[in-house]
Design a protein around this ligand. Structure first.
Ligand code: C2E
Ligand code: MG
Ligand code: MG
Ligand code: MG
Length: 284
């Protein structure tokens, strides 16, 4: 019984033997159900975008980041870390990513026609989008269809997304930038070889990873590091957004480092579209 309960999985070219356990069985069953539900959710109305504001130094709203959620039947609202990696593995992210971009274009158009002005919104890209030469054309097509002005649609990518085919990714980024899409490096400082690429990238913003922000108010070394990153970015004509700002001490320390924009729970959690609309209507 012990043998039959054992299975092997080839991982990284090596045989790895793992013992079957009820917990593992549960995990496998859960993953099968997740996969089934995720496939079924494609093209449904189970996905929604939440919006988290990016704040200027003067406290006004510079724009929003769109963050996907999945309202999984019988389970509730699922955060992206729990389904985006699987969606990518299953090859569903090109389709889902296109839905996200269209949804954001529609939201920008809605806010404009509601008299709230031209509000820039960023979407998070995935590896499959950054290795798809068709991305810029359909982005431009959507921008035209929804009347999105240059500088209003933004895209966030991580350094690791560029690793599989850097030349193609850089070419895609140049085309997007040329068509008026604003680009940000997300989770900046956590990837590899960023300095080598940074000069070649047509990027407007660095999003300083939350891990740098965490101790900035207590650790002078972290504050020095952040000040250095801000100076470097500004020298390269880029702006810096701090992610994960949770306390006013962090906010102050970042402002002292010359940070341009701030995003985090201190200002607001990600909100539904209707709550974000209310947020825009409030004076800031
Ligand atoms: P990200 O792009 O780095 O987004 C920032 C994450 O930090 C969000 O988590 C946000 O809710 C969270 N956050 C914001 N402020 C704070 C704060 O003050 N403290 C803390 N502890 N967390 C904060 P979320 O929404 O769970 O998204 C996780 C990741 O999922 C995102 O990281 C992004 O990489 C990915 N993601 C989200 N939406 C999409 C999407 O539409 N497409 C793709 N491909 N990926 C997405
Ligand atoms: Mg992001
Ligand atoms: Mg981030
Ligand atoms: Mg992240």
């Amino acid at each position: 019984r012990a043998e039959s309960a054992m299975y092997s999985a080839k991982d990284n070219g090596r045989d790895q033997y793992r013992f079957y356990s009820p917990e593992l069985g549960g995990a496998v069953a859960q993953r099968v159900e997740l996969e089934r539900d995720l496939r079924a959710a494609m093209g449904s109305s189970e996905f929604a975008l939440h919006y988290q504001p990016k704040m200027r130094r003067d406290g006004s709203v510079a724009g929003f980041e769109a963050l996907i959620r999945w309202n999984r039947p019988g389970v509730g609202l699922i955060l992206p870390d729990h389904f985006i990696p699987l969606a990518e593995q299953l090859g569903l992210l090109l389709q889902l990513g296109r839905w996200v971009i269209e949804q954001v274009c529609r939201q920008i158009a809605d806010w404009r026609s509601a008299g709230l002005g031209t509000i820039p919104v960023s979407v998070n890209l995935s590896t499959s989008q950054l290795t798809s030469a068709a991305l810029p054309d359909y982005v431009f097509e959507l921008m035209r269809a929804y009347g999105i002005r240059h500088g209003c649609l933004e895209m966030e990518l991580t350094e690791s997304m560029m690793m599989s085919d850097p030349d193609l990714a850089i070419a895609i980024l140049h085309r997007l930038r040329g068509g008026g899409v604003v680009l940000s490096i997300d989770d900046f400082g956590t990837g590899f070889s960023s300095m080598a690429y940074l000069r070649q990238l047509p990027v407007n913003y660095l999003k300083l990873d939350r891990s740098f922000v965490k101790n900035i108010a207590d650790d002078p070394k972290d504050a020095d590091l952040c000040a250095g990153i801000m100076a470097l970015a500004h020298k390269l004509d880029m702006h810096v957004i701090a992610e994960g700002v949770e306390t006013s001490a962090q906010h102050q320390a970042l402002a002292d480092c010359d940070c341009d924009l701030f995003q985090g729970f201190l200002f607001s959690r990600p909100m539904s579209a209707s709550t974000a609309t209310e947020f825009l209507r409030q004076p800031h």
